[in-house]
Design a protein around this ligand. Structure first.
Ligand SMILES: CC(C)(COP(=O)(O)OP(=O)(O)OC[C@H]1O[C@@H](n2cnc3c(N)ncnc32)[C@H](O)[C@@H]1OP(=O)(O)O)[C@@H](O)C(=O)NCCC(=O)NCCS
Length: 329
């Protein structure tokens, strides 16, 4: 606790990108080591925002030296914790500084009358390691898994691309911009009453699902979208989209599945597995060495599907949600 008393916490908007760059570059290396994720493009984008001095957040200083930061972004009445990261001599001190920053950020948000909901998914942190500021503020916790499939492992030779076994009325198409609207409708339908809609409220509306898609396809937050490794399944007769798998590149040789969903009426017919197999087959041929994804631990169907295809859990982290409407009932 002695450490905390030496820390000074200041408004993030007092700091320039140049001052924060060394800290962010350290964080970028941690992403690479822990999650095989090249965070460089996200870092550069964040530095641009920092220079515009519009991000709400805090910086921790230890004897005048920057040793941590946390920020959030506003999406209407919702705030999303964008990041929290600290450096220190040991991991206990690092986690302590991170939690002090989070505590400060959450207090700011909880006392902002316009904010109804706060979401957070800080992937770098092990489940349970930075919970205290969230739980003491009344957040609900959803454990999630960061899974990986090693395409280079000899035991994981890619599954045959069994799209040839698709039902005759189902066709496989590469992702194209024409699919935005029907794909958003599919996402909205697939996540009705789903646990992931409690974690990310974009899934709860068609407008939000479209926004989610735009974020994945246009912005580098979840890696750089890979149109050549993203697929939709379409009903040949009705033209409706039955399923999709979207993929991004998060490092030179690592792909990340950002979305996999199958329309409820077609679940259990092997379509999810077919998309996954097809994708891993194509990515292996394109020289990728691994595929990663995140999944909510209690989403049994999805976890079972991934494990049956050879994915393993590399890391377990927490999604945290605070909703004023729920907390008042
Ligand atoms: C997860 C999802 C994509 C699976 O698609 P699907 O086409 O129904 O899955 P498949 O028919 O290809 O099943 C493949 C495997 O998944 C698992 N699985 C699928 N449905 C299951 C169920 N209801 N219960 C348990 N396991 C199930 C099984 O391991 C199955 O293999 P098996 O048939 O040999 O037992 C689909 O349920 C879905 O869209 N869910 C909602 C969105 C979602 O959760 N996406 C994943 C987010 S990370």
């Amino acid at each position: 606790m002695a450490v905390a008393t030496q820390l000074e916490i200041l408004d993030l908007r007092h700091f320039s990108a140049r001052q924060l760059r060394p800290l962010l570059e350290t964080e970028s290396r941690v992403w690479e080591q822990r999650l095989r994720w090249n965070y460089q493009s996200s870092t550069e984008l964040l530095l641009q925002y920092l220079d515009s001095r519009i991000l709400p957040g805090f910086v921790a200083l230890d004897r005048g030296r920057i040793c941590g930061f946390a920020f959030c972004v506003y999406e209407g009445q919702k705030a999303v914790v964008g990041d929290a990261f600290a450096i220190a001599n040991d991991s206990a001190q690092m986690l302590q500084t991170t939690q002090i920053l989070l505590h400060q950020l959450l207090q700011l948000l909880l006392n902002s009358p316009g904010i109804q909901r706060i979401e957070s998914q800080l992937l770098l942190y092990d489940a349970g390691s930075i919970n205290e500021p969230f739980l003491s503020a009344g957040f609900v916790m959803y454990p999630r898994l960061f899974m990986e499939y090693d395409l280079a492992a000899p035991t994981n030779s890619p599954q045959p691309a069994d799209v040839t076994n698709l039902p005759s009325e189902v066709e496989l198409l590469r992702w194209s911009a024409d699919h935005y609207q029907p794909a958003a409708e599919l996402i909205h339908e697939c996540y009705l009453g789903h646990i992931d809609a409690q974690i990310n409220d974009q899934y709860c509306s068609l407008h939000g699902s479209l926004r989610f898609l735009h974020n994945i396809v246009r912005f580098p937050g979840c890696g750089v979208f890979e149109p050549n490794a993203s697929w939709v399944l379409r009903d040949r007769h009705t033209g409706s989209i039955l399923g999709m798998l979207l993929c991004s590149r998060v490092a030179a040789d690592v792909a990340h599945i950002t979305q996999l969903c199958i329309t409820p009426a077609w679940r259990g017919h092997g379509l999810g597995r077919a998309l996954l197999n097809h994708c891993s087959h194509r990515l292996a041929r394109a020289g990728f060495s691994a595929i990663t994804l995140t999944v909510t631990e209690s989403n049994n169907q999805a976890v079972k599907l991934y494990e049956s295809r050879g994915f393993f859990s590399r890391h377990r982290f927490d999604a945290m949600v605070f909703d004023k409407t729920n907390s008042q009932t």
